[in-house]
Design a protein around this ligand. Structure first.
Ligand SMILES: [Zn+2]
Length: 417
């Protein structure tokens, strides 16, 4: 069987035919070139308006990279025609295999973008002997297409989260859809300011915003402010993952401070290796760790008392009625305020200040578990940290949409992937 036969079966373009297929001599690496020609008497299509127009002239032939075959690079070679379009002027014709300026065929770009969901961009570039830039262009193309064609109807629940990006205190705001039947990243914005989240609502539009029934977020003030202003009709829920994260952070602060203090006083460094014991949930500890924790608990240390307060707070989530959950919350806050442990008191004050929003979780019948936002948060961090080699915001944005956006792909993109 000839390569031309395979191409005619898998990549046939209306109004174009394959010519000679040849091995490229004197190339640095193995390379095959397949010639493309316009079908005789066919008139070119204007790339700007999409109408068939009279030909103007023919440009020198160019290469368009296609999916490699057995590790051998494959190119289409074609001399693009220019049209004399009464509406658009002199334009290059539309070529159905080429997405735009860069010289990758659309099929190859979708192929690379597909692999970039499973491997890092660097790995994809290495595996298919192409450049990082080509992988990036391909993913960018896939994201642009996907975001243009995605269906944004029926979104009732969203979650707002932030992740730290690059070093220092640089943040990205991420908005997810967290409905039971569809969970995906909807939008990314720079920083975590009022302006940032306003940007989301502007993009999302008034009509869709009016249909929102639930919004989950952290206790971050700018977010609370914007959500109250823009989506006041929705039940605003403070999500469990972020609340427990605040408690863990407080415990860590107490432990670090206390360990330092004890060391200065010359006591046994009992706390230095106990970080994970105190942060993990007790049922997730190994037997050995449980014994260690039992040892630790004999000391009446601030760290231990903080730990016990956090463990006790877990009970909060088990309530059914918002009323009793509220009663529990008040008691817990009073108790914690009396503990004289400043980082814990800070959390208690914060929880008290957001009591109605906290109880909304029970009003929403607990349908938004901490797992959704937490899972996305982890995946987003992994995506930005992974050695994709990007330093720019734009590249990070493209990578996140590609990994978490659940974006649609055209039917034809499935053929080779
Ligand atoms: Zn035109």
């Amino acid at each position: 069987m000839q390569l031309k036969t395979i191409l005619n079966r898998t990549q046939k373009f209306k109004s174009f035919v394959y010519g000679a297929v040849r091995w490229v001599e004197d190339a640095k690496e193995p390379m095959i070139e397949a010639e493309l020609r316009p079908r005789s008497n066919s008139r070119p299509i204007c790339s700007a308006c999409g109408h068939r127009r009279p030909g103007y002239d023919t440009l020198p032939s160019r290469r368009f990279e296609f999916i490699p075959l057995w590790g051998i690079k494959v190119f289409f070679r074609y001399a693009p025609r220019r049209v004399d379009c009464p509406a658009c002027g002199i334009r290059v014709e539309r070529m159905p295999w080429s997405a735009g300026k860069h010289h990758l065929t659309e099929t190859y770009a979708w192929f690379l973008a597909g692999w970039a969901k499973r491997l890092s961009w660097k790995e994809v570039a290495e595996a298919f002997r192409t450049s990082w830039d080509h992988v990036f262009c391909s993913v960018e193309m896939a994201v642009r297409w996907g975001r243009k064609h995605q269906d944004l109807s029926g979104i009732e629940a969203i979650g707002v989260d932030e992740i730290q990006w690059q070093r220092g205190h640089k943040y990205l705001t991420l908005v997810y859809q967290i409905d039971a039947n569809c969970k995906r990243l909807l939008w990314i914005g720079k920083k975590r300011k009022v302006k940032t989240l306003l940007g989301f609502f502007r993009w999302f539009g008034k009509e869709r915003t009016a249909q929102l029934r639930y919004v989950c977020s952290d206790m971050w003030k700018p977010y609370l402010k914007v959500i109250a202003k823009k989506a006041g009709q929705a039940i605003h829920i403070l999500d469990r993952f972020h609340i427990m994260a605040h408690l863990s952070k407080a415990i860590d602060e107490v432990r670090a401070g206390e360990a330092k203090e004890l060391k200065q006083k010359g006591y046994d460094p009992v706390l230095t290796k106990s970080r994970w014991l105190l942060l993990k949930r007790s049922e997730n500890l190994t037997e050995k760790q449980q014994t260690r924790l039992a040892d630790l608990l004999q000391y009446n240390l601030r760290s231990i008392r903080s730990y016990l307060l956090k463990e006790e707070f877990q009970l909060f989530w088990s309530y059914q009625s918002p009323y009793w959950a509220g009663e529990f919350l008040d008691k817990w806050c009073t108790k914690t305020m009396r503990s004289r442990i400043e980082p814990m008191k800070k959390v208690a004050r914060m929880l008290r200040g957001h009591r109605p929003l906290l109880l909304n979780w029970f009003r929403a019948k607990k349908q938004f578990s901490s797992g959704i936002v937490e899972g996305f948060n982890n995946k987003a961090k992994l995506t930005t940290r992974k050695a994709y080699g990007f330093r720019t915001y734009h590249a990070a944005e493209i990578a996140l949409y590609h990994a978490l956006g659940a974006l649609p792909v055209p039917e034809t993109a499935h053929e080779f992937f």
